[in-house]
Design a protein around this ligand. Structure first.
Ligand code: B16
Ligand code: MG
Length: 217
């Protein structure tokens, strides 16, 4: 029986990947190389610092830690400008109605995101009131696939791992859910999310009834 739903943010509730992409691409341009949308796939669900390392590897560049911190800040400042303009129209299909449904039936709702900008995004899109607990990149010390972010979420809503289901669009996030001993639903394509218990294209295919049917055992 499912008693808590734990949601990733980017790629599950909102599409911020496009803003991350534009901001990283601008940084790559300034550093003198091309960063493609396909390259960007490698950054999904990955922390900011780890994303920069991947970007620099693609560009074949090396910098010391101080310079890397400056580059990460430069990218983030641009990203923050983009997300400042977000509103509820950017909530992904099916997300809002499913969050509402969870609350109506008393299923706990928690966020488990790697982003340090999660609060800004939730506030701008009006999603904050739907959460019983919010765990983001400002609360965690280990990145997905480490299960920390979801274990903290389950703890915050006082639901044992076996009664939790995680919704994730990134492979690392599904692995984190598995390692936490939780059920998982992948949002995206079955090829990239092979380790998930079930995969659906979006939250529009998910309802509380569907959830109890999938995880009835
Ligand atoms: P920030 P999620 C992740 O969010 C993104 O998928 C990933 O692309 C980004 O690098 C990471 O957050 C850190 O974001 O720079 O805002 O701290 O999918 O875990 O909700
Ligand atoms: Mg994600």
């Amino acid at each position: 029986v499912i008693k808590a739903c734990l949601f990733d943010l980017d790629g599950v509730l909102v599409d911020t990947a496009k803003y991350h992409f534009i901001a990283w691409r601008e940084l790559a341009e300034e550093l003198g190389f091309v960063f493609t949308e396909q390259d960007n796939e490698r950054l999904k669900g990955v922390s900011r610092a780890a994303s920069l390392n991947i970007l620099l590897e693609i560009g074949g560049l090396e910098f010391d830690e101080a310079e890397k911190a400056r580059l990460a800040e430069q990218k983030n400042n641009r990203y923050v400008e983009y997300i400042a303009k977000m509103d509820s129209s950017e909530i992904l299909p099916g997300a809002l109605s499913f969050l509402k449904e969870c609350r109506e039936v008393g299923i706990k709702v928690a966020l488990g995101s790697a982003s340090k900008n999660a609060m800004t995004i939730l506030n701008n899109t009006g999603l904050t009131p739907y959460f019983d607990a919010i765990i983001d990149g400002t609360h965690t010390s280990a990145a997905k696939p480490d299960p920390e972010v979801f274990l903290l979420g389950a703890q915050a809503v006082s639901v044992p791992a076996e009664h939790c289901v995680v919704f994730e669009d990134a492979e690392a996030g599904i692995l984190a859910a598995n390692r936490a001993g939780m059920s998982s639903v992948g949002i995206g394509s079955p090829e990239t999310l092979a380790e998930a218990n079930f995969v659906v294209p979006s939250l529009a295919q998910i309802s509380v009834a569907k959830l109890q049917e999938l995880f009835a055992a």
